[in-house]
Design a protein around this ligand. Structure first.
Ligand SMILES: [Zn+2]
Length: 166
């Protein structure tokens, strides 16, 4: 493992322990050249199996790219996309499976995307769930509205204290 400080190609493991209930291994390493220490985390690759049977490592940037398309023209920034991709990965990893079909990745995107932006959600769902008619949109919109009326109305945002100068 290359040293992140001086880029020396070699480093020495000085400690190794399991974390996250054995899902990851953290290693404390020391660089023989500059003497600095750093930590690496090792975890099993999460594989996504596509419809044609080919599997590839789960890739957060792919989630971001797919969701970004649905978010075109919407007030969603890159940080929110990255956070969503992280949520998707957490959801899939929490299932404990080493391999997931690609449609489960799509399913895991729908929930957080609905919270993020409803228009983007409808766009994404229309492709992902292969909406074929206006009725599909109407049903989905009716569900969104039902969710809105079920949640309590948002109160006024707490005001930041105004600095009194001085
Ligand atoms: Zn070094």
């Amino acid at each position: 493992m290359r040293c992140p400080f001086c880029h020396n190609p070699d480093s020495r493991v000085i400690d190794s322990r399991e974390a996250d209930e054995g899902a990851t291994t953290r290693r404390r390493r020391s660089c023989p050249k500059c003497g600095r220490r750093f930590t690496t985390v090792e975890e099993a690759v999460l594989a996504v199996v596509k419809r044609n049977g080919v599997s590839e490592p789960f890739n957060r940037s792919k989630v971001v790219a797919g969701v970004r398309r649905a978010c075109q023209g919407r007030p969603v920034d890159e940080d929110q996309l990255k956070l969503l991709a992280q949520q998707v990965e957490d959801t899939i990893r929490a299932s404990g499976a080493a391999e997931v079909p690609s449609n489960e990745v799509g399913l895991a995107i729908l929930g957080p995307l609905r919270e993020l932006d409803e228009v983007a959600y409808l766009r994404f769902a229309s492709v992902y769930r292969s909406f074929t008619s206006v009725a599909d949109f109407e049903r989905e919109i009716a569900e969104l509205k039902a969710r809105e009326s079920a949640s309590p109305p948002a109160g006024p945002a707490p005001r930041d204290p105004v600095p009194s100068g001085g």
